[in-house]
Structures are given as structure tokens and as C-alpha cells.
Design a protein around this ligand. Sequence first.
Ligand code: HEC
Ligand code: HEC
Length: 359
Amino acid sequence: MNKHNTLILLCLFSLTSCVVMKPPQCDLEQPDCLRQTYAAPSRYWPKPTVDDGVEYKELKATNRTVFIQNKKAVELGKTLFFDPRLSSDNTISCASCHQPQHGFADTNKVSFGVMGRTGRRNAPSLLHLYAGKQEGYFWDGRAETIEKQAVMPIADTNEMNMPLNRLPERLYQLGYEKDFQEAFNAPIDLETIGQALAEYEKTIRPEKTRFDQFLEGSFSALTDQEIWGLHLFRTKGRCMNCHYGEAMTDGKFHNLNETYYGRDFQDLGKYEITQNPDDYGKFKTPGLRGLNKTKPWFHHGLYVNLRGVVNIYNMGMPRAKVPVNADEIHKQNHLDPLIKPLNMTREEMNALTKFLETL
Ligand code: HEC
Ligand code: HEC
């Protein structure tokens, strides 16, 4: 039996709200009970399993209301986002790798830039950017703000390969002067270019899914198995320790033993930028909206199967063997303490996977 009665006390203070707030007295292992529990507004859901100090926010339907302060800037940013003439050979735009039909990611392990060049990491979805400021941008957090991030792929030799000192001049040649004047009453420079792209990026929203419909009150939108998966995501699976809130990310950086130290795909994440041992192997928590369309997953793009991802989380993210002659830093255990073996059954892992597919 798995009863929860945390809200009962409130009945003592107010008899009227007692009727509303009383949680269902039922067995959460029964599908009917789970459905009844999760059909209530999320503030009455069972408390998620998160460790002390995790300031989680509850999962939430996508807020589709877009507040636009500067319409001209958003339109300009959108035009720039889709314009391949910002790249050195006129072939690659932001949208080449951040494709709207793929959750603003792409389907390659690593993306292709100008002349077929490849970088070392998987293109992340941009569906979380609207949901507020994060601790940093890129998998390793090397950009402080979305505005600063936005011009970096333009300069990246593996991406758009356009030297930034030539970029404003290029945009003048392409006839963008009037648009910048109208949007910012300012000349074309790296700051206004970054600002325009960021203004557009913040208007991007995930598509509405069955999960949103469920959260908005269509309780038949999810199957019993998917609701069970939602419950596991929030409780036994411990996923809410890092993937929470509307965009399903804490915007922070964690080590999940995915450095591939000493092997082909070695990537030490944030540590490569800061050289701070605390940052060893840390990567940014991606948002999980649009997951079905952003395959493959993780910073390396090596995971192609969601059930497999659930499986390695269940095992507690085991670490590969480190060569005996490695430096001390590589030998230490850097796994985030929020990651623990989960002891889920096969059926539980299947249900959790089904839930992820509704995102
Ligand atoms: C050649 C493919 C490619 C192109 C072109 C490209 N990106 Fe990216 N983008 C990536 C990859 C790969 C990453 C992750 C790189 C990393 O973390 O080191 C990324 C990361 C990002 C992020 C970070 C998201 C986050 O939450 O940390 C943003 C924002 C972004 N790109 C926006 C843009 C914009 C704006 C443009 C156009 C000016 C652009 N990208 C062009 C592949 C691309
Ligand atoms: C300690 C924080 C943490 C916890 C707990 C956690 N994740 Fe993650 N998750 C991350 C980070 C960080 C990444 C990216 C790691 C990387 O690329 O090296 C990630 C990546 C993912 C991805 C790949 C997304 C993409 O777009 O590439 C999926 C799917 C995912 N997590 C699902 C889950 C599920 C399901 C759970 C619960 C069983 C969970 N996570 C628990 C931090 C966490």
C-alpha cells in the first residue's frame, strides 16, 4: 500500500477547502487511483522525490502566450535565423541545425556546418529558451547569455564560419540596415545581431502534445501506462531532481559519467572551459520537450533509444573503467550525488519510457 495523506492537516484550518484538498485515499499502485490523483490540479499531486536543497518547480503545460515587446526585433531575428547568407559559403543558417520540425534540433549525431564540416557535439533543442534565464548556454555553459551565445555559431569554423569582424559589413551589404534601424534605432553590430536572434529564440514554443492536453484537463489524453510513467518520473525515477518545471530542465550542469575519458568521444564538458575540478564532466541539463523529434540524445548524440536511456539511469549511470596511468582528477568519482540506482522493474521502465514519448 502506498497511501499519501500529507494534505489532511489542512482540513483542520478550513472545513470548506478540506473537501477540495483532501487527497484521494487510495492505493497509488492501482491505475484508477493514479488517474484520479493526477487528474487533480498539480498542487495536489504527490510530492516528488527530490533530495534536500533541490528547488524544483512542478511540471506544467506550455505557456502559449507570447509577450512580444519589440515586434520588429523578433521579425528581424527570425529572418536572420533562417538566412544562410550569414555563413561563409551561403549554405548554412541557424535553422540548418536547429530545425523547427525537429524540436529546433537536428537528427544527426553531430551537426554539419559549412563544407560538410562536423563539430563534436549534438545540436540541442531550443524549446527551453523561452522559459527563463539559465546558468549558462551550450552544453558546457561557455556563453553567459542567449544574446552572447547567438553570434558564436556564426563565427564557429565548423558551423557558419563567418569571421565576426566581417559580419556587420555583410549584413549591411545584404540590405539589413533598415530592419536594424526599425528594430533598435541602432547600427548593425554584434550586440544588436545577438539581441535580434535572442528576441526571436525566446518566442519559440514547444508544440502542444498529449501531455499538455492532459495537464489542461483532458484526462483521457494519456493512457494508464503513461500516467504511471509520469508518476515514476516524479517519484521513484528521481528525474524531477534535474528535469523540472515548464521546460523540464533546471538550467544547471551535472556530471552523469558521460565523459568517455580516454576514448574516442572524450569530452570533459564544463571543466574544459573553467579548469575547475568541481566542473569535471558537467553538461547542461537539456529540456525534455519535443524529445521524440530531437533524437539522438545527450551531448554526444550516442544514445538513439529512449528505453536504453531509462535503463542506464536505472543502473545509476555506471562509469567506464579509467586507465590505471590516468591523472588523479580522472580517477576521482565525479558522478552527481543526485544520480542513484533506481531499482525499477522492467514494467516500470517501460511505463517511464512511454511517458517520455508523450513529451
Ligand atoms: C552546424 C550546426 C549549427 C548551426 C549552424 C547553429 N547551431 Fe546552435 N548549436 C549547435 C550545436 C552542436 C550546439 C551545442 C554546441 C556545444 O554545446 O558545444 C548548439 C548550441 C546552441 C544553443 C545553446 C542552447 C542551450 O540551451 O545551451 C543555442 C541557443 C543555439 N545553438 C542557437 C543557435 C543560433 C542562434 C544559430 C545561428 C546564428 C545557431 N545556433 C547555429 C549546432 C548549430
Ligand atoms: C542529476 C541530474 C539529472 C537527473 C536526476 C536526471 N537527468 Fe536526465 N539529463 C541530465 C543531464 C545533465 C543530461 C545531459 C547529459 C549529457 O549530455 O552528458 C541529461 C539528459 C537526458 C536526456 C537526453 C535529452 C537530450 O535532448 O539529449 C533524457 C531523455 C533524460 N536526461 C531523461 C531523464 C530521465 C527519464 C530521468 C529520470 C530517470 C533523468 N533524466 C534524470 C540531468 C539529469
